[in-house]
Design a protein around this ligand. Structure first.
Ligand SMILES: *Cc1c(COP(=O)(O)O)cnc(C)c1O
Length: 715
């Protein structure tokens, strides 16, 4: 499986867009043709900021806009980061503005308006507009469906147009123009504040939810046509002198509607670095303009460096890029490196988890909610970490395998329903009540024991429709009825488990549909006899992907939530794009040179056929690396290259062949599961090599591995 290459195109175009913004502020073609410069900087370059906004909407908003649950929290983390960035930028530019006399002779209220709406320097209006826009779109989405949010944003945009490019149209209408005049006392342009950003944020969010692309050619043709129309629009408005400003055109949202999918279809490696650099080019380029002018003056090079607009532009771009690359490499900006501690560890990608939740929610049949399976320490990911994230995303029902797993979650503050899918011994029934856990009724005999303990217990009744594992047999309707008659059982659900739902081959399909039918029959017969029969559920991951029509009130999704299916084939053939949440990494403890003929590892199982460099990794089978991967069956990634495992995997160490891999050093990092540069090893790959399924690989990852949630690849 390869990482999502869509983001690479976005990252690269973002840099281009930031250079377009520099163009707006430097007029590169002014020395040659004012008309060409107008078209470049006052029309074409106007796609840049909407593009930034759409990228933010694309990454940040879908999880909040399209999830069915109402209580997912506001995108606080992102807003916090944006506010911090604004503070940092204001810290740089406020003194510049004061020095330039921008704040001379205006009152404190006006200064406040400047800071809240206009930013502290001519380009910084963007950050407050982004923050206000996200809050607005998010707020609207709590009350309106997506179409409504989009409609309101468009109306705001239209209102903004008449304070911007179309100001001349209303300038002489006394009523309206006084409204705008009042507005302009608060903000200098209508692109600031609430008019401009929301529509692009909402459009980005729309693409983030269903990145179904326009065919590339069609998008390219439509984009070109829209750009031509926007150029015509700009020229006409300019010709008649209607523009108060030139940020907003009627054609601009349409241009973006086609530009964005075009960029999404640009497949390239995602780059965190470029993402950061473009952000800093945007923030720092006005400073670079001042610097280039200042230095030219001092060095008496003004004629060369500033006099020729294109040279000036190139100088500002180069300086901005260099400065931004340096800033992006600063430790505070380069992101947290603290996950790379310890000998071997697990990194969890928060964005991937959010993405998977959003994707799976979009597949849910009507009336169905997620009840994620967080058993076996959330398939090795860390049940508490994962459940906390899920709670934040509005998930309020979980399933686990054992009472201990349920108690652990409660002790760590997880709210909502927690269903125990497996056996609980009578001695522990008291824990069910103390921790408000819901027990599965495994069959009629088990129901009698549970009922006999004399206290009310919340339960879901398990029905066996053909797997012949847990559950009362569906043929034994009388026993099932007697379960429902137990007076101490507070029945809140009834469920079955599918066991051949991982394909739609004729045999599997016949069996699965028969299971579904048997389950429905039981439910309807119970209802006929007057039992309420709440909360029927039967879908797990494969069921939700392959047989969503079987429906139910919950989907007990496990493996898909973690970003894959049980096998590589199953993952690759699934119609949805899930992103693996977990990576396993280990330190290189030592690097060693072996002469030809020397052996390594237990049982002299590896013999160097040539001079060989090996690395000793601080990870072993006690951490969950299967011993079946010994002796060249498995491999790890180091600096993007594959290093085969040599000799048997040991309990705490593993040897790998790193001959020819550049830059392998003690303290370096080896990727066991996950991505290293452009190479990826998935849990499914490991499973295939070890002759098992990804579920087993993941759920056996050892307790010794530290688990850390990180922001992830998308932002
Ligand atoms: C583990 C389990 C699930 C989750 O299965 P996935 O295939 O990982 O989605 C659902 N239901 C039951 C009864 C389970 O035991």
């Amino acid at each position: 499986m390869t990482p999502d290459k869509r983001y690479g195109g976005l990252d690269r175009f973002k840099l281009l867009a930031s250079f377009l913004v520099v163009a707006i502020h430097t007029s590169p073609l002014a020395s040659f043709s004012p008309e060409a410069d107008f078209l470049l900087t006052r029309v074409a370059a106007r796609v840049a900021v909407p593009f930034f906004l759409m990228v933010s909407g694309f990454f940040i908003l879908p999880a909040y806009l399209f999830e069915r649950s109402a209580d997912s929290r506001a995108p606080l983390r992102f807003l916090g980061r944006a506010a911090l960035l604004y503070l940092a930028a204001a810290g740089i530019y406020l003194p510049v503005g004061v020095y330039a006399g921008q704040y001379a002779g205006i009152g404190p209220l006006s200064i406040l308006c400047r800071i809240v709406f206009d930013g502290t320097f001519y380009h910084l209006w963007y950050l407050p507009a982004l923050i206000v826009g996200i809050l607005l779109v998010y707020g609207l989405s709590r009350r309106l469906p997506f179409g409504g949010v989009l409609a309101v944003s468009l109306v705001l945009y239209a209102a903004g147009l008449f304070g911007d490019s179309y100001y001349g149209v209303i300038e002489n209408l006394p009523g309206i123009s006084s409204v705008y005049a009042a507005g302009f006392r608060v903000f200098s342009y209508t692109r600031n504040g609430i008019f401009y950003a929301p529509v692009f944020l909402a459009m980005g969010a729309g693409f983030g939810r269903s990145p179904r692309f326009f065919p590339k050619k069609a998008a390219a043709v439509c984009f070109s046509a829209c750009m031509a129309l926007m150029a015509a629009e700009g020229l006409i408005l300019h010709r008649f002198g209607l523009q108060r400003h030139d940020s907003m055109y009627a054609m601009l949202p349409l241009c973006m509607l086609f530009l964005f999918p075009l960029v999404l279809s640009w497949r390239a490696e995602p780059s965190f670095f470029l993402r950061k650099v473009s952000q800093w080019v945007y923030i720092l380029h006005p400073l670079c303009i001042v610097a280039v002018r200042g230095v030219s003056k001092l060095a008496s090079l003004t004629d060369v460096l500033v006099g020729n607009s294109l040279v000036h532009y190139a100088a500002v771009c180069s300086l901005s890029f260099l400065l931004s690359a340096c800033v992006a490499k600063l430790p505070v900006c380069a992101g947290k490196k603290d996950s790379q501690t310890g000998r071997a560890w697990i990194e969890l990608d928060r964005d991937a988890l959010r993405h998977n939740v959003a994707v799976l929610r979009s597949l849910l049949p009507p009336g169905c909610r997620l009840m994620p399976a967080v058993k076996a320490d959330a398939y090795g990911h860390g049940a508490v970490l994962i459940s906390r994230e899920l709670s934040e995303m509005g998930v309020d029902a979980f399933c686990v395998a054992s009472v201990r797993e349920g108690v652990e979650l409660r002790k760590k503050g997880i709210k909502g329903e927690i269903l125990i899918l497996g056996y609980t011994c009578p001695e522990q029934f008291c824990l069910l009540r103390r921790y408000r856990l819901t027990q599965s009724v495994l069959d009629f005999a088990y129901a009698q024991i549970l009922d006999g303990c004399g206290k009310k217990t919340r339960v879901h009744v398990a029905v066996d429709t053909g797997m012949h594992r847990l559950g009362e047999r569906c043929e034994r309707l009388d026993e099932i009825i007697r379960i429902f008659q137990c007076k101490n059982l507070k029945i809140e659900g009834i469920f079955t488990h599918l066991c051949a739902d991982d394909t739609r081959s004729p045999e599997d399909e016949a069996f699965t549909l028969a299971q579904g039918q048997a389950f429905r029959d039981i439910v309807s017969q119970l209802k006929e006899r007057g039992f309420a029969c709440p909360g029927p559920h039967l879908l797990a991951s494969s069921g939700l992907l392959n047989y969503p029509e079987l429906s139910g009130e919950y989907a007990r999704v496990g493996i898909a939530l973690y970003g894959m299916m049980s096998t590589r084939a199953g993952t690759e053939s699934s119609s949805v794009s899930l992103r693996p949440v977990l990576s396993v990494k280990a330190r290189i403890a030592l690097v060693k040179d072996l002469y030809e003929g020397e052996s390594a590892g237990y049982g002299l199982r590896f013999v160097a056929r040539r001079d060989t460099q090996i690395a000793v990794l601080a990870v072993g089978y006690a951490d969950g690396l299967p011993r079946a991967l010994s002796c060249g069956v498995g491999r790890v990634l180091i600096n993007g290259c594959e290093a085969p495992i040599v000799g048997p995997v040991c309990m705490d160490q593993t040897l790998v062949d790193v001959t020819g891999i550049p830059d392998v050093r003690p303290g370096g990092v080896a990727v066991i599961i996950g991505r290293s540069r452009s190479s990826v090893i998935t849990a499914c790959d490991l499973a295939e090599q070890a002759g098992t399924i990804s579920n087993e690989i993941l759920s056996r990852l050892g307790k010794r591995l530290e688990r850390k949630m990180i922001a992830g690849t998308a932002r």
